[in-house]
Write a protein that binds this ligand. Structure first.
Ligand code: FAD
Length: 464
């Protein structure tokens, strides 16, 4: 045996490395730390090895290798999951980042999107044809995690959630096989992949249906002093219920300029001809006397990047979320308070809170059609905090949880993709009504009976 061969075979996973189209990274290798670093800076875990998969065959090899050795698997696409589920401590991380390609067929209006693609890549590939499909609001989020949990975006009220626009999934299963799931091939798996998260395998390709959306949008925002905003939010809620599907109503409350007290911002995002969107403006202007107004007409690609820096990397993050079927006055008051005792005292480390309207095409999809849990939602609520000093961890998380608890009495469930590590199985039960969870557990028992894919919002397999 030559020294070189000896060195190669001694290194953990060297046989695996030799088979890969991509790379195998171990602690100490160049690229190891960037690959294990995810969006939430509170996540600091060290995988035993990282497979940077460049092909479906790489994913198959990685799954089989990890399964045979009992290594916990983490799957990384955009790395945005707030709980950091992509990164297993001492396990094997499958980093899909090298598989970020998107191919568009503008004639058939289909996009083939690799499992590691970011939303920005999807939008950039489709927009030159005036096409798009539902994708989230920050361009560096992964198509993978977002779509598998449901996928909410500015087009969802018109065309359904991201998962409602998937025609087929190519999946590497727990035993390392490749299957395609669609309405006609493995339809039950297709059902589960539409909202069931990363529980059933590693998706190496999504086939998306595209829509003629054009490239233009309108964004309207009206700022009010939070302490005056109860009637404003009530009026905004009622306008949202009657709004055309091109409009997604938004509201948030955050710290205003120093000394000014908290601000409540209400408005909407319109995808389509801005002139038609402007017709909604008089009704919003009639809600009250705003302290500031912003009406902008970004291109769709600009809109999709608009929140990239507020949603940026390298901050410590914590959040609490709910789905709301209604937004009664008591919930409006709780929303404005952000979990604090009164409306004064902005800048005190309280989380920002926000609402984004559901309804429209999301609610058109029959509930039994997909694993996604809460079609009847009126608004998604989120309370989010970002900071840099670890000494603030406890206070920030407590404050975000308090804002979430204040809204909890009005909630009907939660978005599976907003669950934190603290939510555990209770969170999974809130994400899926009991009958859906039982169906998902049975499906998990078929495709992953030994729970190989468990570092996620885990659906425990039902016994066969
Ligand atoms: P990752 O951390 O890479 O993946 C999360 C989990 O998804 C993995 O642990 C794995 O279980 C699974 N997974 C990912 N890819 C695959 C794959 N190819 N095959 C199998 N399993 C996979 N959600 C919305 O719906 N709409 C939004 O507008 C939105 N905006 C967001 C903005 C920001 C700044 C952030 C941080 C999150 C946002 N989210 C939004 C939530 C988002 O959907 C989740 O954080 C989601 O988990 C992100 O997916 P990812 O691929 O980036 O994350």
């Amino acid at each position: 045996m030559t020294t070189a061969t000896h060195t190669r075979t001694d290194r953990p996973g060297s046989r695996l490395a030799a088979r890969l189209d991509g790379r195998l990274l171990s602690p100490g290798d160049a690229g190891y730390d960037p690959a294990r670093t995810v969006w939430n800076a509170m996540v600091d875990r060290r995988p035993r090895m990282i497979v940077q998969a460049a092909s479906t065959a790489d994913v198959q090899a990685a799954v089989r290798f990890a399964r045979d050795r009992g290594l916990e698997i983490g799957v990384r696409c955009g790395g945005h999951n707030v709980a950091g589920f992509a990164v297993p401590d001492d396990g094997l991380m499958i980093d899909l980042s090298p598989m970020g390609g998107v191919r568009v067929d503008p004639v058939r209006r289909l996009a083939r999107v690799q499992g590691g693609a970011l939303l920005g890549a999807l939008d950039r590939a489709t927009q030159p044809y005036g096409l798009a499909t539902t994708a989230g609001n920050v361009s560096h989020t992964g198509v993978g995690g977002l779509t598998l949990g449901g996928g909410m975006g500015w087009l969802a009220r018109r065309y359904g959630l991201a998962c409602d626009n998937v025609e087929s999934y190519t999946v590497v299963t727990a035993d390392g096989e490749v299957v395609t799931a669609s309405r006609t091939a493995h339809p039950e798996l297709f059902w589960g992949l539409r909202g069931g998260g990363g529980n059933f395998g590693v998706v190496t390709e999504f086939e998306f249906r595209l829509h003629r959306t054009g490239t233009r949008t309108l964004v309207a925002e009206f700022d009010f002093r939070a302490e005056d905003a109860v009637p404003v939010l009530e009026g905004w809620r009622d306008l949202s219920a009657a709004a055309p599907r091109e409009a997604t109503f938004t509201a948030d409350v955050g710290d205003g300029p120093a000394g000014g007290g908290p601000l409540a911002t209400v408005g909407f995002v319109w995808v389509g001809d801005p002139e038609r969107g402007r017709r909604l403006l008089p009704a919003l202007r009639a809600l009250g006397r705003p302290v500031a107004t912003r009406i902008t007409t970004p291109s769709y690609l600009e809109l999709q990047r608009r929140d990239d820096s507020t949603g940026g990397h390298a901050y410590r993050r914590y959040s609490a979320g709910h789905y709301l079927r209604g937004f009664p006055t008591a919930a409006v008051e709780a929303f404005l308070l952000r979990g604090a005792a009164d409306l004064r005292g902005g800048g005190s480390g309280l989380p920002g809170v926000g609402l984004q309207a559901h309804g429209g095409a999301i609610a058109d999809v029959p509930d039994g059609d997909a694993a996604f849990g809460h079609r009847g939602t009126m608004f998604e609520f989120g309370a989010g905090s970002r900071w840099t000093d670890p000494a603030e961890d406890g206070a920030r998380m407590t404050a975000a949880r308090a804002a979430g608890s204040a809204i909890a009495p009005y909630a009907n469930g939660v978005y599976v993709n907003s669950l934190t590590a603290h939510d555990g199985q209770g969170g999974v039960r809130r994400a899926y009504p009991a009958a859906k969870l039982a169906r998902l557990a049975a499906l998990k028992g078929v495709w992953d009976p030994h729970n190989v894919f468990r570092l996620n919002q885990n659906i425990r397999p039902a016994a066969a």
